[in-house]
Design a protein around this ligand. Sequence first.
Ligand code: AHR
Length: 500
Amino acid sequence: IASRLVVDRDFVVADLDRRVFGTFVEHMGRCVYTGIYEPNHPDADSRGYRKDVMELTRELGPTIVRYPGGNFLSGYNWEDGVGPKEQRPKRLDLAWYSVETNQFGTNEFIEWCRALDIEPMYGVNLGTRGPDEARHFVEYCNHPGGTALSDLRREHGHEKPHDIKFWCLGNEMDGPWQIGRKTADEYGRIALETAKLMRSVDPTIQLAACGSSTHEMATYGAWEDRVLEHCFEQVDFISLHTYFENRRDSTAEFFGNIEVMDLFIKEIVAVADSVAARKHSSKRIMLSFDEWNVWYKARSINDLRKPGWPTAPRLIEEVYNTEDALVVGGALITMMNNADRVKTACLAQLVNVIGPIMTEPGGAAWRQTIFYPFSQASKFGHGRVLKSVIESPTYEAETFPEIAYLCAAVVDDPATGITTIFALNRHLTDEMDLNIELRGLGTERTLDQALELHHTNMKAVNTREAPLTVAPAVNSRVSVEGEKITARLKPGSWNVIVTT
Ligand code: AHR
């Protein structure tokens, strides 16, 4: 099949906010314990951080990481996770039916982030707690000193404030599964009052209100409308969460999720802007897609809950295959193409728990298939997103009525002169002849790199024993002439073309 992709240097969607390449660390299963933190591991540093996981995280390239949950957040007391470790209480975690030892907490996470040059994104518990604990938490973290809580942080070894800029006001508060679930009016009010207090403590922070937990919630749309009606003036972002499923076991259908994600974004923009219109406000609420990934294989009750109140059990350790990596690539393309409104996003999660990185306790760490599109997007996604005009044959599916075989985004960095094309060929049997025109971006272009992620088996996975089964390779069938690039893309492939 043949497809065409045209961009023009003057037709810009927006500067790409690097925060869209975020991930998520929740106190759930083995994400923290035996994931990023395992003091007895042979490769742990003096603070207990696994160096092999740090190295892989560096390669993955997240810019911001959300913490400490997730559903865990809605029952969490931040005070349990600070101060001398031997004095920290063990608690029942009612979200994941585990025992939380609190050996890892706020300051450990901050130090881990700083070591990797990653921005922390924190959440406050609006399930079992409220404005008072939230303002105390911001004071502990961000106030310079001279008050009981800021001096407590200094006593805990952190003289300088953490200066955490991005805060989530609770997690998935519309979900029946959520500890302390609320109606839209209840949540909208508490989000407003909490936001006011948190901003009084530190006016420089940015705040995200909870949107719908999924695109399919019964209260979808109405929830965002009511919540923003209450807290519009005090928040900067509304959150979106989505987990892609391949329930029909059809790759072609699975790809339709990428289009649904685009629709989700555009619908929430419309709802947020209609609230703005009602309020006669020119303020624009931005989108924080702060949980997204493929997740459906490891979703049984046995994956979500182990008997006997264990610590760090194996929960939702989804093993990712080729088609999952392609869908993750398509989701990244979608978010880049919506760069004018999607300003933050977090691949959920980072390690073991639906993670791009897997570990064994005391053992190895390796990259899952979805690691690659994310690391490449983060590595090459710098600059401004150009408006892609696409001509491509399409197909019809149940998940979405019309799906173009070509899914693509173009990011151009005027600072370096590098233009990168991210492209998915969603045709499963035919190669794609892709003709690209980069108008006005220079006539003497050269090809820096062309990489593809492809496997003839859509169910192929990376394991500890065979960690490179699905891995990027060079695509030698790409050529550049003047402003034009021609590329031959394999069926069912994710591609990255880097030019200067
Ligand atoms: O990421 C796993 C869980 O999915 C999170 O804790 C929750 O927010 C979502 O439902």
